[in-house]
Write a protein that binds this ligand. Structure first.
Ligand code: BJW
Length: 235
């Protein structure tokens, strides 16, 4: 008998680090000398769309060079074998959870594999480069495509479903996130306010919000997540 019925897992860049994907706040938070805030805002896109498209084109291309790691596959194993629900709410825009086998994945900050038309708002899957000349495959408008990514100042996706899941959770696990970006950084406080879920942080180092978790485990996700999953499935 599993102790927990509804498990919600929040993931951040740290879970993909052992696959070779860079986290945000290493390298002083810089990408080619640009601050994250200078490439991941609507203002940055208006100011210099070429730079922002180049940033996301490079990251989209990198996706084919990386593969899911042991932490991704352990979460898929948990979802497949747990009697209750297991939902991954990820801040990551890569598709490593899906390629690792997870089915119920919510991308609150969007996906590298999607672009959106600023004219008709249609979201389409995208594999190659996108630039200021790209034509919308749906409405044929030229030059209005943008990465379907949630930038600073924009509303993250699927928030109603996420808050509903948090309200019903009896186990909340945060993996590989620094706890610096809201609203995700506030989920543990939200859960604590409801007061019925156990909370666990798995991260390389204590996150900014580590003291709000009932339990913390610090070290590489590729080692700690499989151990955690084995414990849950054994209970
Ligand atoms: C490992 C590991 C290994 C490494 N194993 N671990 C003042 C106060 C409060 C809020 C605000 C404020 N001013 C502005 C805001 C709001 C703002 C915000 O939070 N800003 C902060 C900087 C203060 N937030 C927003 O604007 C968001 N929208 C919003 O709030 O809308 C209003 C709203 C209100 C109420 C409800 C709902 C909405 C939008 C945020 C968009 C974030 N976008 C980005 C970039 C786009 C995606 C992309 O290009 O990829 O998303 S920023 C970047 O940070 C990215 C990430 O998803 C996000 C979080 O980063 P993450 O995943 O935590 O990565 P790191 O690098 O920070 O941490 C990695 C961790 O892993 C580290 O701790 C390592 O130690 C660890 N690690 N290796 C285990 N092997």
């Amino acid at each position: 008998m599993n102790l927990y019925k509804n498990i919600v897992i929040l993931t951040g860049a740290g879970i993909s680090a052992e696959s070779g994907v860079k986290t945000f706040r290493d390298n002083n938070g810089l990408w080619e000398e640009h601050r994250m805030e200078d490439v991941a805002t609507p203002e940055a896109f208006m100011r210099d769309p070429h730079l922002v498209h180049r940033f996301y084109n490079l990251r989209r291309a990198q996706m084919s060079d990386v593969t899911p790691n042991l932490a991704h596959s352990a979460l898929a194993l948990l979802e497949a074998n747990h009697r209750g629900s297991v939902t991954v709410v990820t801040q990551n825009v890569d598709d490593l959870h899906e390629r690792g086998g997870s089915k119920d994945v919510i991308h609150m900050h969007g996906e590298l594999g999607n672009v959106r038309c600023g004219h008709c708002a249609e979201v389409v899957q995208w594999h190659g480069d996108c630039d200021t000349k790209t034509t919308c495959p749906t409405c044929a408008a030229g030059g209005a495509m943008r990465p379907d990514i949630v930038w600073f100042g924009e509303m993250p996706f699927h928030m109603d479903r996420i808050y509903g899941l948090l309200a019903g959770a009896d186990l909340f696990v945060s993996i590989g996130t620094s706890g610096t970006v809201y609203p995700a950084a506030g989920f543990v406080a939200e859960i604590n306010q409801i007061g019925r879920a156990h909370t666990l942080e798995i991260n390389m180092e204590p996150s900014v919000g580590a003291s709000q978790f009932a339990e913390t485990r610090h070290g590489p996700a590729g080692e700690l997540v499989p151990v955690f999953v084995e414990e849950i499935l054994r209970d």
